[in-house]
Ligand binder design. Structure first.
Ligand code: 5AD
Length: 342
């Protein structure tokens, strides 16, 4: 086994398990460099050196769910719960629009009643900024609620599958939550016409290499428009808070593998990666990512949206990011940055 499998992956857009496992695990740094270079080249040929910025607005941390890894899980009593008022959400959008961002991402805990209540806010954003994309990240909701939000003007939905192995899924989530249920939501979202984002944590507790191969197979068959991948980072107030963090190196390899499997995908260089690795955003782009999600959550709420340790400290100022992107030879995407593949 050697770097030749990079060529197979690039030309056929698929690779057998042995090849994928090799690229995920090899100690040969030359191969890893070649993998990242091939992925970046693919990104350049599709998009140029363009990076899309998405304004992340963490509008509520109220969550009915109890995911074992997540800092805003229902059982965590040390979180002060908040929900932003509609006017606060709109002023975040305004700041983002004025800064040149053309996608607003409303992310919040899983909360069906609040999600329904968000519909008029989505409609208000749509009316105020007809040319913006509206992305939602609100967890598992009834299909009617997904439909209502879509009718209200939402374009995209992020719902990571977290792990493609049903038994592993069950170990990370409370009783009653299943991979099948998660995939049913993703299919419902797609059939409603949303551009769909999936993805997984890297190095989550109990994860094996086989699980990651299953993740890649699932991504290659579902073909989501967006793929969010970040390292697991322990959060001390959760049942999985004593497990070690995932690997930044492995996360970067997965960005490259996903880029070569799904060349048109929108792949963020995630906040979790930058939490683990200084200037992780830059390494992510060099490995084939093409999206960055600057945090537009007002400072007064940011500390309460602590999905994992160190998250709030990891952000850099938007103006600094924009300067550094230019210095690194990247251009910022001008429009909404919708998925353009097939
Ligand atoms: N470490 C890394 N990522 C996490 N997420 C939640 N908790 C953690 C954690 N401890 C991610 C999940 C979820 C997204 C919103 O945040 O993948 O889908």
């Amino acid at each position: 086994m050697n770097g030749a499998c990079i060529d197979v992956l690039r030309t056929r857009r698929s690779l057998d398990d042995a090849g994928l496992r090799y690229l995920l695990c090899t100690d040969d740094r030359d191969t890893v460099r070649a993998l990242h270079a091939a992925a970046r080249e693919e990104t350049n040929s599709r998009f140029g050196r363009v990076v899309w910025l998405r304004a992340l607005i963490e509008w509520s941390n109220v969550c009915r769910n109890d995911c074992l890894y997540c800092g805003i899980r229902r059982s965590n009593r040390s979180v002060r719960r908040y929900t932003m008022r509609p006017d606060e959400i709109l002023s975040c959008c305004e700041r983002a629009w004025d800064a040149g961002l053309r996608t607003f991402v409303l992310q919040g805990g899983e909360n069906p009643a609040a999600a329904e209540g968000l519909a008029p806010v989505v409609a208000g954003i749509r009316a105020a900024w007809p040319d913006a994309a509206i992305t939602l990240s609100l967890g598992e909701l009834p299909p009617e609620t997904y439909a209502l939000l879509r009718r209200s003007g939402a374009d995209r939905f992020l719902l990571r599958h977290e792990t493609a192995d049903p038994a592993h899924y069950a170990r990370l989530h409370p009783a009653g939550m299943t991979l099948e249920g998660r995939l049913a939501c993703l299919r419902a979202l797609r059939s409603l016409g949303y551009q769909v984002g999936m993805g997984m944590m890297v190095g989550s507790p109990f994860q094996t290499e086989d699980d990651l191969l299953a993740d890649l197979r699932l991504l290659a068959s579902f073909r989501p428009e967006m793929v969010g991948i970040g390292p697991f980072i322990p959060q001390q107030d959760t049942p999985l808070g004593t497990f070690p963090p995932g690997s930044a190196d492995r996360t970067l390899r997965l960005y490259s593998l996903v880029r070569l499997l799904l060349p048109d995908a929108l792949i963020p260089s995630t906040t979790a990666l930058s939490t683990l690795l200084p200037d992780g955003w830059r390494a992510g782009l060099a490995a084939g990512a093409n999206v960055i999600m600057p945090d537009f959550t007002p400072a007064e709420y940011r500390g309460e949206y602590a999905l994992y340790e160190g998250k709030t400290a990891s952000g850099i100022a938007l103006s600094v990011l924009i300067e550094k992107l230019a210095a690194a030879g990247y251009r910022i995407g001008a429009g909404r940055g919708d998925y353009n593949g097939n």
